[in-house]
Design a protein around this ligand. Sequence first.
Ligand code: SF4
Length: 226
Amino acid sequence: MKYSEIFYTLQGEGQLIGMPSVFFRTSFCNLRCSWCDTAYTSWTPENKEMTVSDAFDEISQFGVKHVVITGGEPFLQRKELTALCERLSVNGHHITIETNATIFVPVPANLISMSPKLSNSTPLDEQQWREHHDRERLKPAIIREFLEQYECQVKFVISDTQDIQEVHRLAEQVPIPKETIILMPQGITESELNTRQKWLAEVCKETGYRYSPRLHLNIWGNKRGY
Ligand code: SF4
């Protein structure tokens, strides 16, 4: 499998926030978000490789129930991801897969954590990626398929009020149940997050969407391996 890193930390976002979890980060992504905080899996992807069997051994040696497979975009590696999830599932792990929700593959998983990309993610300065990204970033039929077949959460990174309008439109179009929608403030520094979090908390009170902080940024900052 193409991968970038394996580490043990707390889940930093969403309904399992605070849960001690082993993260397996795959490398390579089909999108190019302007604010991607793991550019080493997308813009300049690392090309490390290990077998599914080695990935399973490395993950399970932590002896931790919760496993989060993230990226990059994990569903790009259809065959390998399926084989890994099958082994983890048989071993009794709780599996979360974090995805940009543009590719559907039926794999054993307990929670699909979708993060559809809004227009604030489009890389305006990168001509060669801009059109591709805008064409590929939202796949309502894929989101619908995950919602029908799995327990899901649907997370959005929010910069401003225009983003909230896009969330409303997508939620209506798919449709996405309100209780599965989680809004998080965009930003990687404490001051960026502080600026947006109070405003976003009020938005959540008004709309009924759930708020999630980004715990790993609050505790460790924007560092790899946490
Ligand atoms: S989908 Fe995720 S990994 Fe891919 S470019 Fe966007 S933020 Fe980065």
